[in-house]
Design a protein around this ligand. Structure first.
Ligand code: BJW
Ligand code: ZN
Length: 252
């Protein structure tokens, strides 16, 4: 049941921000990071895989793991949550989509100009000179989760390619972060979908929107009950909650 005050706020919003995390892709079969039992960090140590030092120590381990993840994304399809977000953009005057995800499922659902705060699995670059390869990488051939794989070499300088994601201790792309913070401060409603909200500075985004007076809507089956009348929790999987929200607010 979606509260009527929330439906009214959504119908009258001029600028909506949708802020997504791994939970929005969970129903596409992409594992989240911190869910008990199924999260990636339950099985893998982020310190051994998601830092620049880890890549320096063991590039083949890190590259192999990210190729495994890229393959999972290539095999996945956008789910009803991605589709509902793309559809919502057609119902409101302005929508800014900010994602922490490194997959391309929002784009494949039809969303345009997605702000990727943590980069992309699909845009590797040279670890030495930062240039991107001229040719897109071929699809990985069925690597297993723990299999080492030598990273391809850069055509310019011979350095190793690294995944185009933001590792712990690295700066977020400054244009993306600036655009995300500006949208958060300018929006009147922010939908936070499938994120634990523990990784900074991305986790500032909903806080900035709240401080600027926006209505906040959290979509998370494990979410905590909010404290204010301007904040709502839809404690459902995103693939159910978002289509229902768009349908009840705008029909069709
Ligand atoms: C569903 C669902 C369904 C399930 N429907 N929902 C301040 C204090 C302490 C530390 C720091 C700080 N500021 C910065 C730091 C350090 C660090 C940090 O934040 N650490 C914290 C963990 C404590 N931050 C950084 O290092 C950042 N850089 C930085 O700050 O640079 C400046 C600096 C320089 C030098 C030194 C120090 C600072 C960079 C962070 C980059 C994070 N990168 C990762 C990996 C990306 C590459 C990869 O994919 O491997 O990004 S970590 C990982 O977490 C990934 C995600 O984008 C990110 C967020 O996770 P997300 O999306 O929220 O997923 P989960 O799994 O946590 O949550 C899923 C949620 O979905 C759950 O709540 C479920 O209930 C829900 N869910 N199914 C709806 N069907
Ligand atoms: Zn190079």
């Amino acid at each position: 049941m979606i509260p009527s005050s929330l439906l009214r706020a959504l119908r009258s919003a001029r600028h909506v921000v949708v802020f997504t995390g791994a939970g929005v892709s969970a129903e596409s079969g992409i594992p989240t990071f911190r869910d008990a039992l199924t999260g990636l960090w339950e099985r893998f140590d982020p310190g051994e895989l998601a830092t620049a030092d880890a890549f320096r120590r063991d590039p083949a381990l890190v590259w192999g793991w990210y190729e495994w993840r890229r393959m999972k994304v290539l095999q996945a399809r956008p789910n009803p949550a991605h589709m509902a977000i793309a559809e919502l953009a057609g119902h409101v005057p302005q929508l800014t989509l900010i994602t922490q995800n490194v997959d391309d499922l929002h784009e494949r659902a039809g969303s345009r100009e997605v702000i990727h705060l943590h980069g992309s699995l699909h845009r590797p670059r040279c670890f030495a000179c930062a240039r991107e390869p001229a040719e897109p990488l071929p699809a990985p051939d069925e690597p297993e989760a723990g299999r080492r794989l030598e990273p391809p070499r850069c055509h310019h300088c011979g350095g190793r390619l690294r995944p185009g994601v933001v590792w712990f201790g690295e700066s977020l792309p400054s244009d993306a972060l600036r655009a995300a913070f500006a949208a958060a401060q300018a929006c009147d409603l922010l939908l936070s979908v499938g994120t634990s909200g523990v990784v900074y500075p991305a986790a500032e985004v909903p806080h900035l929107a709240r401080a600027a007076g926006a209505t906040l809507v959290h979509v998370n089956p494990q979410g905590e009950a909010p404290q204010s009348a301007h904040e709502h929790l839809l404690a459902l999987p995103a693939g159910q909650a978002l289509p229902q929200l768009v349908r009840e607010a705008f029909g069709g």
